[in-house]
Design a binder for this molecule. Structure first.
Ligand SMILES: Cc1cc2nc3c(=O)[nH]c(=O)nc-3n(C[C@H](O)[C@H](O)[C@H](O)COP(=O)(O)OP(=O)(O)OC[C@H]3O[C@@H](n4cnc5c(N)ncnc54)[C@H](O)[C@@H]3O)c2cc1C
Length: 449
């Protein structure tokens, strides 16, 4: 029996190894383009399994990594033991203290469902399918982040298994250094078995998607620029240009069309939101408008992100600004209406609390950049990769004036770690990693090195 097979004796959960009948399915991530090859997959059943897997890795000179859904998969886990956490789904909400404790298999859609009747919310992003833990370790860019900042900066406590195989509960008081690193530094500092998150009272969410024909892209994007210039922190707007293939995985009405869309989420009354959105609605004839009251458990309907795994390439770039000339440059490069391998262009408005550093922040810190551009396309076959990469390179070139050469950990695909963190933050993360895990037993999707 080879040594990796003895992992089956060490853990209670199912272990799947290369050569097993289900291996080819089990090793995959949601992000299908990252053709990952771990040493083994373990479906962990609890903290004991995580401790056992970390100790096994230590003894056998291996690394351990964790994935819930694998939306954030990169090439980094090759040869590591992959802990699948989707079985760990407990959610406990203390409404009085406004804290939710979630295990690492919990998805945002599940937490939103539990919180909806309470009038409290965490800081969810656009997809209900991403795990709360994976998203938060990477910073967490929420619909509500302009008001509250990144999700990682609102973690109250972290339960994790360290590289030494110790289960610990870490707070700002118990271990300030580790508590800082894990809140935005990614999954390199321990295998997280639960997060305690601060909750916020938000009685009313108003939002949805306004869709226009792509021939109006310039006017609609310019209205986005105008409204975001003075938007209150309760309002978050994202502008999209979409060129969707005519394929069953694409939901209607996007399938086979170029469209321009503005997604809005407002924390407050419908009348105040409608007044703020008036210039956008007036920019061009609306094809559809879903903006209305949004119960928290339907928040992921706003952006209608794909749930089924997709092969594709996407990359994010933090922008120094997004003005009318940036709109013109982006639209000229995207060339809506014409065939293009690039299918999605999304500009997210940041700013507000995202940009304000707080002394209690984790490694996620503040984001000075006021906008983020996220773009990419689908890969019907690997042979298509150079074509898509070349087209994405042209977009990057067109946006060079506004491109800060920095990106956000959750929006970074396989970008080098140097562009994910400011230099001082990266050196602190590296120093902590080298002190706490000199042999690299824990490995994230973006090892700090
Ligand atoms: C459709 C879509 C929409 C998205 N929208 C947003 C958004 O609005 N805002 C935003 O910020 N991000 C967004 N993301 C990015 C998403 O947050 C990241 O991909 C993130 O990694 C979460 O995905 P996941 O739960 O599948 O994580 P996984 O891919 O399962 O995990 C990501 C990484 O987190 C670490 N990790 C996960 N679990 C653990 C654990 N238990 N212990 C230690 N480390 C762990 C590992 O390093 C792992 O590789 C979106 C992604 C997609 C695909």
């Amino acid at each position: 029996m080879n040594s990796i097979a003895t992992l089956r004796d060490a853990v209670k959960g199912a272990v799947v190894l290369p050569g097993d009948a289900t291996w080819e399915q089990e090793r995959l991530a949601w992000h299908l383009t990252n053709d990952q090859h771990p040493a083994a997959v373990v479906h962990v059943t609890g903290v004991d399994d995580v401790v056992a897997a970390v100790n096994f890795a230590k003894q056998h000179g291996l690394s351990v990594t964790a994935q819930a859904r694998g939306h954030g998969a990169t090439a980094a886990l090759q040869g590591a033991i992959l802990l699948r956490t989707l079985g760990l789904t407990a959610i406990e909400v203390d409404e009085q203290a406004r804290i939710a404790r979630v295990e690492p298999g919990v998805r945002w859609g599940e937490l939103n469902e539990v919180l909806a009747p309470t009038g409290l919310t965490g800081l969810p992003g656009s997809s209900g399918d991403t795990s709360v833990v994976g998203y938060t370790l990477g910073g967490g860019l929420s619909w509500f982040g302009r008001k509250y900042g990144q999700a990682a900066n609102h973690v109250h406590a972290v339960e994790l298994v360290t590289a030494d195989g110790e289960p610990v509960r870490v707070t700002a008081e118990s271990d300030p250094e580790l508590f800082w690193a894990v809140r935005g530094g990614g999954g390199d500092f321990g295998i997280v078995t639960a997060l305690e998150l601060r909750l916020f009272a938000e009685p009313q969410i108003y939002g949805g998607r306004m869709t226009f024909a792509a021939e109006h892209a310039r006017e609609v994007f310019r209205s986005f620029v105008a409204v975001t210039k003075s938007a209150p922190e309760d309002l978050t707007l994202w502008a999209w240009l979409m060129n969707m293939p005519d394929a069953p995985m694409i939901p209607e009405p996007m399938r086979g069309r170029w469209l321009v869309m503005i997604d809005a989420v407002y924390l407050g009354s419908s009348s105040a939101a409608d007044a703020l959105l008036a210039p956008i609605r007036a920019a061009a004839p609306l094809l559809s408008d879903t903006v209305g009251t949004v119960p928290l458990n339907q928040l992921d309907g706003v952006a209608n992100e794909p749930v089924d795994p997709v092969p594709g390439l996407l990359q994010g770039t933090l922008l120094s600004g997004f003005d009318e000339s940036a709109v013109d440059a982006l639209i000229a490069a995207a060339n809506p209406g014409q065939p293009s391998p690039v299918a999605v262009f999304e500009v997210r408005h940041l700013g507000g609390a995202f940009a304000r550093p707080q002394p209690t922040d984790g490694a996620a810190g503040a984001l000075a950049e006021p906008y983020l551009l996220f773009f990419g396309g689908f890969l019907p076959s690997p042979a298509f990769t150079p074509i898509l990469e070349a087209a994405m390179g042209e977009i990057t070139e067109a946006m060079a004036t506004w491109d800060t050469q920095r990106t956000h950990l959750n929006m970074s695909s396989n970008k080098p770690v140097e562009v994910l963190f400011p230099t001082d933050v990266l050196s602190s993360l590296r120093a902590i990693k080298h002190r706490r895990d000199p042999n690299g037993v824990i490995r994230s999707n973006h090892p700090v090195g």
